[in-house]
Write a protein that binds this ligand. Sequence first.
Ligand SMILES: C[S@@+](CC[C@H](N)C(=O)[O-])C[C@H]1O[C@@H](n2cnc3c(N)ncnc32)[C@H](O)[C@@H]1O
Length: 282
Amino acid sequence: MLNENIVNQVKKLSRKPPLFNRECGNIWTEEYLATQMLNAHLDPNFDGASRRSLVIEKTVEFLNSEVLKCNSSILDLGCGPGLYAEKLCKKGHKITGVDFSKSTINYAKSSAKKQGLDIEYKYDDFFKLKYFNDYDVVMQVYGEVNTFSDEERDKLFEIVYNALKLNGLFIFDVSTPALRKKCGLKKNWHISEGGFWREKTHLVLEEGFQYDNDIWLDQYIVADNSGVQVYRNWFKDYSVETISEIIKNSGFRIIDIRGSLIGEALKEDSEWIAIIAQKVML
Ligand SMILES: C[S@@+](CC[C@H](N)C(=O)[O-])C[C@H]1O[C@@H](n2cnc3c(N)ncnc32)[C@H](O)[C@@H]1O
């Protein structure tokens, strides 16, 4: 017989939550899931936690040859296992990578050490950083900006503004509603004998919700012998107009907009917008 308590918990958690509700588990920092995410980062053929390795190589080529000055000091926010940091370091740039996933940052540190790369890695929450006029470039790659509420995004942009030297560059990408149109809203369930969410037998109830202003939630309720947990991946998509307005109001001048960070031209139906913005005097 199903435990009534579990049924009630699932019922409560399956309601559409208020916008950007963060009362949930964290896929980046919970030990078991962080290891799963690290494996996803390191899969060279999968656009999962990081983009596939060919795209990362092309991104570094584009940034290094067309955007960055020689020997730039670069702050990489949400650096993951250092896939960009290592390549940029090999091109002569000085990198600080910040990430709050312990297993991922430990992997990044040991990988850099093995290769003799002088990269500074910090295990930290990027919302707590207090740099001031320290960097030529701040980068945040693979749609992290999409995961923030407006308040979180504005706070992050303020942290980036403060961390940059005057005329320094903020490089980031955001997804557009075209990407969501392709992915759609899911409503599925499955039982696993052990896999992504849990090591042992568990049930996963997946549901997508749509909100106003191009905001989406992918919600996963995971139940196993130890209880029920909900995970919420929030996304806010942007258009060129919306992100341009916000970045200008945050103290930046846009110097280039592309359809991706590998330098593709922006099109009407681009799934991504890559922004290269410059800090100006407020
Ligand atoms: C989508 S992954 C992208 C990783 C990397 N930029 C890449 O493209 O290979 C997002 C990364 O940001 C990190 N992250 C998310 N929120 C963070 C926070 N508040 N502080 C520090 N790191 C964070 C996660 O741990 C994860 O490694």
